[in-house]
Write a protein that binds this ligand. Structure first.
Ligand code: SAM
Length: 267
């Protein structure tokens, strides 16, 4: 990826503090999971926050995260999702890892004896082998240039039997090269990458994961996000309104992809 894209990502999560934009709220930086939130009337800021929290809840539920688990989150952002999970779900420890030193500094305000934040890359997770029960990542993998490297690192830091989930937007297939970049500015700038789901699944399998499970959740993401953008006054002809049309045109979807590291006996 170009140096420009790397610099842009550093700026958006550094000095620009994306979490402070009205499109996000409550310190979260994700598009939200809107299944249980009414989107046919005025949406409150609290509901927008709830939508982002709900994405965390969805991933926790899928992986069955509980008090016995040591968790590593890759792309932990400002740490509000991690702080919620530690308070509500109660894993024995949670380590957030983020590429941006500014995000780690912001997140560290939430640190406790069970919750810590570390600067590091998805392709070089700063922990030894086999140390975690759960590895997860929410709305971060779209920025990663090396999905195979991320999969290998997630597999390495998980113990045998460990559970993994990546939840973000990907292309359903590789049939429309360049089309997302033509329609969406973040792809044109190289900030987001048009990884296709089959390539993500292949990367996980190559990294030794088993039981890869792919669930498309876009029906509960894109319409809610678009309603929120309308409410913020984003006009029809501005590019962020094209997230929804790209979804409807089959160019993008939002996914929850989970997998497990085989137990020692079945390796
Ligand atoms: C869109 S934010 C999501 C934050 C949080 N998961 C949430 O839902 O609010 C993406 C985060 O991933 C981080 N990130 C991007 N690429 C990364 C990488 N290669 N390794 C680790 N973190 C990365 C960014 O710095 C940013 O904080």
């Amino acid at each position: 990826m170009s140096d420009d894209a790397v610099a842009l990502r550093a700026k958006m999560y550094g000095e620009d503090d994306l979490s402070s934009l009205p499109v996000f709220a409550g310190g979260f930086i994700n598009f939200g999971y809107w299944r249980d939130i009414p989107i046919d009337g005025e949406i409150t800021v609290d509901q927008r926050v709830d939508s982002q929290l709900a994405l965390y809840r969805l991933v926790m539920d899928k992986l069955g995260v509980g008090p016995a688990d040591a968790v590593v989150e890759i792309g932990s952002g400002t740490g509000v999702g991690a702080a919620w999970a530690v308070a509500e779900v109660g894993p024995r420890e949670w380590h957030g890892v983020d590429l941006s030193p500014d995000q780690v500094r912001r997140a560290s305000a939430h640190a406790t004896d069970r919750l810590a934040f570390h600067q590091g890359a998805a392709t070089a997770i700063p922990f030894p082998d086999d140390g975690f029960d759960v590895a997860l990542s929410l709305e971060a993998a779209q920025h990663m240039d090396d999905i195979a490297g991320f999969a290998a690192e997630a597999s390495r830091v998980l113990r045998p039997g460990g559970r993994f989930a990546v939840c973000t937007f990907f292309a359903p297939d590789a049939d429309h090269p360049g089309e997302l970049a033509r329609r969406l500015e973040t792809f044109a700038a190289g900030v987001d990458r048009d990884h296709a789901v089959p390539a993500v699944v292949s990367a996980l399998t190559a990294a030794g994961f088993a039981g890869v499970d792919v669930t498309a959740i876009g029906e509960h993401v894109w319409a809610g996000l678009d309603r929120w953008l309308v409410q913020l006054g984003v006009p029809d002809d501005e590019w962020p309104r094209r997230w929804l049309t790209c979804y409807r045109d089959g160019l993008i979807d939002y996914y929850l992809i989970s997998a497990t590291v085989p137990s020692a006996a079945s390796r």
